[in-house]
Design a binder for this molecule. Structure first.
Ligand code: HEM
Length: 287
């Protein structure tokens, strides 16, 4: 193999190793954290050193500089959505993009706040600022769930895939169906209602909180009070079913928590871009 080809294979392998094992927060020895700290530090230092009364705000040359940096950053951060969907890897891995996204996104708190010159009011400029903070806050939530939840997900799964969890439930349901045959009508109806109910029933709130107040299996378990042999057996099976459902619901809850924040992060980004457009137009209109 010639040297450039082997170098490029090495680079590919390195990229893969990086994205396999290093969290995007630690990417390349926290490179983007340092760059973001540098940017934030330089912006704050500039703000502190500029001898100007009143202090620089969006309308001064320093304010324009910070505003331009902030706007450029926000437009670049928005491009992550495009990068995520691109199939060819490009010069930067997705991990590098996400690392830069997170740290440079955080540095906007400093750059954006100094750009406002701490002048807050009921206007489109403050609206853009507040939307930016909301996008950042949802991003922080996203990073926290990405850091915490995958470990919890694998703990909960105990080596089972979601399909295996559903298979285990189906096997249990078959046993329950035959164990419920000797039961009295009202108890058999309770079991039947539990078997009929979809394990996914409950809606978004139930999925996010992991609470299923309408759970027919829990209701059947409560209603199975007698001590006959059939009732004891059904009770034990219902308890197993509840445990199995609990595991499945926990898996659904974790997945929902991993995804739900993007349903805020992305629409808020769109609102931010709209508010920024109005902000920039109004600034130049009244210039
Ligand atoms: C104003 C600043 C920001 C803007 C405009 C912005 C915008 C975006 C956009 C458009 C995406 C792509 C989402 C998609 O298409 O699925 C994204 C993803 C993401 N953002 Fe932000 N973001 C900002 C700040 C932040 C901050 C400060 C953090 C974390 C502290 C963050 C964390 C993330 C993460 C982790 C993803 C990747 C999600 C994934 O890979 O599924 N963002 N952001």
């Amino acid at each position: 193999m010639n040297a450039p080809a082997s170098r490029s294979r090495f680079r590919e392998a390195e990229k893969r190793r990086d994205s396999d094992h290093v969290s995007f927060l630690r990417h390349k020895g926290f490179r983007w954290l340092w760059i973001a700290l540098l940017l934030s530090g330089a912006s704050a230092l500039g703000y502190a050193l500029i001898d100007q009364q009143p202090r620089p705000n969006g309308g001064t040359w320093y304010g324009y500089t910070l505003g331009t940096i902030g706007l450029g950053l926000i437009l670049w951060l928005t491009m992550l959505g495009v990068r995520k969907r691109r199939i060819n890897p490009g010069a930067w891995s997705l991990k590098a993009w996400t690392s830069a996204h997170v740290y440079l996104g955080l540095s906007l708190v400093v750059v954006g706040t100094l750009h406002t010159g701490f002048q807050i009011g009921w206007n489109v400029h403050t609206l853009a600022y507040v939307l930016m903070l909301l996008v950042i806050a949802t991003g922080i939530y996203g990073v926290v769930v990405y850091a915490v939840l995958p470990a919890r997900m694998s703990d909960n799964r105990r080596e089972m895939t979601r399909a295996q969890m559903l298979d285990a439930l189906t096997a249990l349901d078959r046993q329950l169906e035959s164990a419920a045959q000797p039961l009295a009508r009202d108890e058999a109806d309770l079991v039947l209602a539990a078997l009929k109910q979809s394990p996914f029933a409950g809606g978004l709130l139930a999925r996010l909180t992991g609470r299923y107040p309408g759970c027919a299996t829990a209701r059947a378990r409560k209603g199975m009070a007698g001590d006959s042999e059939a009732e004891q057996r059904v009770r034990a099976l219902l308890e197993k079913r509840l445990a199995q459902l609990g595991q499945l619901r926990e898996a659904l809850r974790i997945r929902a928590a991993l995804e739900v924040w993007l349903f805020l992060h992305v629409p808020l980004t769109m609102a931010l871009i709209a508010a920024l457009t109005a902000h920039v137009i109004s600034v130049f209109y009244y210039w």
